[in-house]
Design a protein around this ligand. Structure first.
Ligand code: MOS
Length: 755
């Protein structure tokens, strides 16, 4: 039974579980190894596929010498475009749910080489080691074409993307006259800000185990992904399968950060091989191959900001040029934030793409905003120095109480409180304004700050719940938990809604046999799936109330749902809480084994349409820079985040802590260096692609500034997966300037740029 209900804010929200710091309910499974990841399902008769990656960036395959490899005992098949079974590409036009505009890359589709490390063959063998060895000796001849992988040479080849991906918003039209306002203003700043590509590099590498089931043509596809349904709809359409034939299971995901939003090469190839061989097959990627899956795009940003003598922003111009592939228009919201974060009448925003011979970029944590805010917030810092105003004061002076892009008020915005609480905790008032004015011996000390903004999004989702006579509640939805805490917060929401002990509730996710939910991304899961979980628990509650009213001498007779509360394992009358029924007694009394409900929820778009829905943060960073060596230590970060209601301060804090680590990484270390001679990322390993280790991480403090907001969704949550990253890199780069007097506009802020 399924019903669709509009979300309603009338559901009572207690605080027994919601808002309480709660340890991860999936923690024990993870630390004991009971949690199984995609490459850990050891099914009988498993074959291993190893991907052969193209060494060239552009051209075509002219010959594949598969014969010698096939004579190796234990090698089962070499799949390539030459022999790929016709069962693939049933529907060649199909795009996954989060694909950008264009025509998606399909492995082994054609001899054409579109990017370095493109999968060109899959060697399948009895063991992983044999498959890897066979792949290493497989000889492939190529005809190379001249490639072009350098965005720097494309400054005149930009174009405005016509078709973006889900959630992409083209820049709003210009307002006012930003050219005149810029030229007439007494204080001006213009500069270019640059970052190279970056790769997500989650700890768990991408892998798929396809379990071939002999009952008909059915497969269990254990995949590393951020969205089981997205993978299933992609696989079923591409291979012409029914949903029953391709069940996708993804219970645990060892990090994603966006790299798992789209179905990746390994799932396509594992399914292809399993279908053709009618065997169970696993394909897992190496760390090097992880660099072929998509990346945060290399982007050039040009900022022009002007202010009057009082520090009021007179003009904002922000233009970005980002790389994309030759086959898809990968889009991000890079510049739009610059039209909404501060009050300004004269704004011009521009976003363009240029094609290079690389794989399509992919979303990476806070896509677009993480990089756009680096440029904007660096530029704001630079202009603050020119005007001679404290950077925090400058932002407060230009605080936007309305979203000027959308011409709407914010549903809630406690950024001012973030500034004040963050500054107080950090001790911003101890900052002396002049660069190089604070030091401790050989350490130059710098204080920097920056602001961030991110979307509060809710999509459609479904959930199912089953309450049984033993008092156990099982709630399910095919969402994902990429480490964010979804298992835990959904358990809290369910326990809260029905007044049950946390231990009595199990939340199940990551399986296409469960009700549909979107990919986990965009910080939207708490709002999206949380709303569905709350609604389905309410539906269970309504059923339990009806049954409770049928009990002999029921004290709840005649009560409407709104007249009662579910607290402490009881349904009680609001007016007189002693008038109660123990929830566990209801089903035995009714002679029922269980009650079930399934519900779909959708955002209240009409209500939301009058508002701008965003989370905000303010970041304060202290750096110590060795004056002689140029080494930068980020000794303190305070990150104050306003993201609506906080369901679980413990997992929320962890999300923000992780974001700060990402921000330190983005500021000081991360860059995927393209060797344009080969058209290949040359540091495609974790030895040369630098990320922080424990010794790089010092004191991080998180402030959660709660907001009450019944417009974003009935739970009042905005999501906290991405907002914490915003502003961190800029705050650090600004602190480095304050410490050293050197402005680095080209990330990362590495030693060579400081000495
Ligand atoms: Mo996130 S980049 O939306 O997975």
């Amino acid at each position: 039974m399924s019903q669709t209900i509009a979300t309603s804010p009338s559901i009572h929200l207690g605080t027994d579980y919601i808002g309480k710091p709660t340890s991860r309910v999936d923690g024990p499974a993870k630390v004991t190894g009971a949690a199984k990841y995609a490459a850990e399902f050891n099914v009988p008769g498993l074959l291993y596929g190893y991907i052969v990656s193209s060494p060239i960036a552009k051209g075509k395959i002219t010959k594949i010498h598969a014969e010698p490899v096939l004579t190796l005992p234990g090698v089962v098949r070499v799949f390539s475009h030459e022999n790929v079974p016709s069962l693939a590409w049933f529907d060649r036009s199909y795009k996954d749910d989060v694909a950008p505009g264009g025509s998606p890359f399909r492995p082994l589709h054609e001899p054409k080489i579109r990017f370095s490390q493109q999968p060109v063959a899959l060697v399948v063998a009895d063991t992983f080691e044999l498959a890897r060895y066979a792949a290493s000796v497989l000889e492939i001849e190529y005809e190379t074409e001249a490639h072009d992988t350098d965005l720097e040479t494309k400054r005149d080849n930009g174009y405005e993307p016509a078709r973006g991906k889900l959630g992409w918003v083209p820049p709003p039209p210009p307002r006012g006259n930003s050219n005149d306002a810029y030229h007439n203003a007494p204080h001006q700043h213009e500069a270019e800000y640059i970052h190279l590509a970056q790769h997500s590099n989650p700890m768990e590498m991408f892998a798929t185990t396809v379990e071939w089931l002999n009952d008909g043509q059915k497969m269990n596809i254990f995949d590393k992904t951020q969205g089981a349904y997205n993978v299933q709809s992609y696989i079923t359409k591409v291979f012409g399968l029914s949903k029953e034939e391709a069940r996708v299971i993804s219970k645990y995901t060892g990090g994603g950060f966006g790299s798992g939003l789209r179905p990746q090469h390994q799932v396509f190839l594992a399914v292809l091989a399993a279908l053709d061989l009618q065997r169970s097959v696993r394909v897992s990627l190496t760390r090097q191959q992880m660099f072929s899956l998509g990346h945060r795009p290399h982007t050039l940003q040009y900022l022009k900001l002007a202010a009057d003598d009082n520090g009021a922003l007179a003009a904002v111009q922000h233009a970005a040029l980002a790389e994309t592939s030759r086959f898809e228009d990968f889009t991000e919201n890079v510049v739009n934030w610059s039209g909404m974060l501060y009050q300004c009448e004269n704004v011009k925003l521009d976003y363009q793409l240029a094609e290079i011979d690389a794989n399509s970029p992919i979303d990476m944590r806070a896509p677009g905003a993480a990089t756009g805010s680096f440029a904007l917030e660096s530029a704001m810092d630079e202009l603050a120095y020119k005007v001679g105003i404290d950077p925090l004061e400058f932002r407060l002076l230009n605080y936007a109480d309305r979203d000027q892009n959308l011409k709407k008020p914010f549903s809630s915005k406690k950024l001012r409180e973030c500034y004040h609480q963050g500054a107080a905790k950090f001790g911003w008032d101890k900052r002396t304004p002049k660069p190089r004015s604070m030091r401790e011996g050989n350490w130059l000390i710098g204080y920097g700050m920056a602001t961030g903004v991110w979307d509060a999004t809710q999509l459609n989702a479904s959930a199912k719940a089953c309450f049984d006579a033993d008092g156990r509640l099982t709630v399910s939805s095919a969402s994902n938990d990429i480490g964010t805490g979804t298992y835990t917060i959904m358990t809290q929401i369910a326990a809260q809604t029905l007044g049950l002990p946390l231990e009595a509730v199990t939340f199940v996710l990551g399986d296409t046999n469960l009700p549909e939910a979107p990919v986990q991304g965009g910080s939207m899961t708490a709002a999206t799936v949380g709303t569905a979980v709350q609604a389905v628990c309410r539906a269970i509650g309504e059923k339990l109330l009806k049954l409770a009213q049928q009990m002999a001498d029921s004290p709840l007779k005649g009560a409407n749902f709104e007249d009662v509360q579910f607290v402490n394992g009881q349904i009680r009358r609001n007016e007189d809480t002693k008038q109660s029924v123990v929830i566990r007694d209801i089903l035995p009394a009714a002679g029922e084994a269980q009650v079930e409900a399934e519900t779909s929820t959708l955002p209240d778009l009409l209500k939301q349409s009058h508002y701008s829905l965003h989370s905000h943060n303010a970041v304060f960073a202290e750096v110590k820079v060795d004056e002689d060596l140029g080494t930068v230590h980020v000794t303190r970060v305070v990150n104050a985040v306003a993201a609506g209601r906080i369901l679980n301060p413990k997992t929320a804090r962890s999300q923000v802590l992780g974001s700060v680590v990402w921000g330190i990484s983005m500021a000081l270390m991360e860059e995927s260096m393209m060797d344009h001679g080969f058209g290949r990322y040359m540091n495609h390993n974790l030895a040369e692609y630098h990320i922080p280790v424990n010794a790089d991480i010092h004191n991080i403090e998180v402030i959660l500034v709660e907001e009450e907001d019944d417009i974003v969704n009935p739970l009042g949550v905005k999501g906290i997966g991405e907002i914490g990253l915003l502003g961190v890199a800029a705050a650090i780069a600004n602190a480095v300037f304050h410490a050293t007097g050197k402005r680095v506009r080209n990330l990362p802020v590495s030693i060579d740029k400081l000495v």
